[in-house]
Design a protein around this ligand. Sequence first.
Ligand SMILES: NC(=O)c1ccc[n+]([C@@H]2O[C@H](COP(=O)([O-])OP(=O)(O)OC[C@H]3O[C@@H](n4cnc5c(N)ncnc54)[C@H](OP(=O)(O)O)[C@@H]3O)[C@@H](O)[C@H]2O)c1
Length: 218
Amino acid sequence: MSSDGVARTHVVTGAGSGIGADLADRLETRGDRVVRLTRDVVDLADARAVRVWAQDFAAGTERLDSLHHVAGTVELADVADLDLADWQRQLDVNLTAPAVLTAALLPALRAARGTVVFVNSSAGLVANATWSAYAASKFGLRALADALRAEEAPNGVRVTTIFPSRTATPMQEKVHEQEGRTYDATRWIQPGTVTDAILHVLDLPGDATVPEITLRPR
Ligand SMILES: NC(=O)c1ccc[n+]([C@@H]2O[C@H](COP(=O)([O-])OP(=O)(O)OC[C@H]3O[C@@H](n4cnc5c(N)ncnc54)[C@H](OP(=O)(O)O)[C@@H]3O)[C@@H](O)[C@H]2O)c1
């Protein structure tokens, strides 16, 4: 809720689990309205469906305080072995869907002088073996955020990229399976810690913006 007691409205992708679910829960606990963009609302791998959903939502929404791109998908394999469908899905979900959603919701974000948060990854900064498609999508996501930040500064829209390393969520369990490693959730960043960083960005006074935050396990 804002300092003047007005409930804010937020759209959160990936709100069905992990970081996105934690963020949506915390925002609702503060008294805000959260639109949870889960897979049963729209499949983010389908860019046309994403555009239809976003345009419908935008038509009924004058002001949007924040848009959080949290959904993501990962499939590890050497470049030599990665399926075309796996390449395509990672690019579609991790990069194209955020671009399509952002474009449609920008008028409402401008009206609220709102914030766009991109949950990126340490793989958006360094690409290791077997991470090619995921890292490419996340490097691209950083480029999208950087261009958007420059374009929207005159409109008062703040744009932040969060680069977490391994975080204890279902995605990290899957990564451990694919790497053949034993999963121990206590070794990694907790989803609530990523949420803390996002809430810090949202709660920042209007005189400043945080372009990027990098989070590493201690
Ligand atoms: N966990 C980590 O170690 C880590 C590290 C760095 C960055 N990240 C990033 O953090 C973000 C959140 O991931 P998480 O760690 O919280 O993992 P998570 O619990 O697996 O959450 C990912 C979410 O994305 C949704 N999603 C995936 N494909 C979708 C699709 N086609 N349509 C709609 N929703 C889809 C999933 O929905 P379903 O449950 O229906 O599949 C899920 O709710 C991701 O962008 C990820 O890349 C994670």
